[in-house]
Design a protein around this ligand. Sequence first.
Ligand code: HEM
Length: 222
Amino acid sequence: MIALTSPYLWYTTRATGLVSLILFTVVVSLGTLVANRVGGATVGRFELGELHRTISIIAMVFLGVHVATTVLDSFVSTGVIAVFVPLTSSYRRWAVGLGAVAVDLMIAVWVTSLVKSRVANRSWRLIHWFSWLAYAIAIVHALLAGTDARHGVGLGIVLVSLAIVAGAAVWRFSARPTRAAGRTALSPLGSEVGEPRGDQRHRAREKRSTGNAGRQFDRGPR
Ligand code: HEM
């Protein structure tokens, strides 16, 4: 077998680990904004949802590089299987094993979101809750496996991330509004729930008269 090792692989593992954590913090925070139905006329739930989705893709790319450089670096004996199957790494068995659990949960959340239209809404929602668990497990993984995450700037990043996600969790579970507001992926032109009836009729008339050409000007209620 060819031995491939370089400090640059190790630096990349460390850097992409922390960048993934920062990106997942942003993803979880944006997801909470969407779930708690935050959004106005200018930046609506639609835009927040799109941002949440796009940053999750970028986060998965960084996570991919993080695990790829770990596997490629023969200085630590992990292997491809250890990326997905917990406790199969001979290097830092438990710490890397927790990383694998976080990866598995994140893949479940991600794949079910990619095929959301084909998954029952209740199942999708249930699996999406796993993202909180995945985040928590990734934090423990970072603290156990990391070189930088345990002190200095690295520890600062972990603590700020934890504070943000803990705040988001408290807000998510305590302050969920009951009615949709702003624009969503399903109604990008804005919710008409709760809109005065006169406005609804005016909007319907406007849509009929402008057809699709009017869409670009229809930015929801101001
Ligand atoms: C959602 C999943 C994961 C996230 C968010 C994540 C994030 C992190 C973070 C933030 C660190 C600390 C970096 C440092 O302080 O140097 C780290 C370290 C590490 N991770 Fe992950 N990781 C994940 C999964 C994995 C998996 C599946 C593996 C194994 C293939 C892995 C291998 C490593 C290794 C070897 C280190 C230690 C690097 C060092 O020596 O400092 N990670 N990870």
